[in-house]
Design a protein around this ligand. Structure first.
Ligand code: FES
Length: 99
């Protein structure tokens, strides 16, 4: 069995799945198409599917921050600074640091 698997990811972006679902239920989304955050990030960051993507966008369980009206996001390059993205802020500006 293999013990290592290569990927093309430069970094990973962890997105709280529960936050995203809460906003989705309220009919709120991100990006020009009002999509769920992970889908919008994959599109905007050019992240495809799986390990051949340039950036990994991964939905994770609740991170125990639970902001109202936002989604908790962690950039693997800056794990000491968690971010809360809201649908009200300009999406392009919000994700600039995640590229
Ligand atoms: S629901 Fe997202 S941090 Fe708890």
């Amino acid at each position: 069995m293999k013990t290592k698997v290569r990927s093309n990811w430069s970094h990973a972006v962890l997105v709280c799945k529960k936050c995203s679902k809460k906003l989705e239920k309220k009919g709120r989304g991100f990006g020009p198409d009002d999509k769920r955050l992970s889908a919008a990030l994959k599109r905007e960051l050019g992240a495809g599917k799986g390990r051949k993507a340039q950036v990994g966008v991964i939905e994770v369980p609740c991170l125990d921050i639970c902001p109202k009206g936002g989604v908790v996001v962690i950039d693997s390059r800056r794990p000491q600074n968690w971010r809360i993205l809201t649908p009200d802020a300009p999406f392009a500006d919000e994700i600039e640091t995640l590229r």
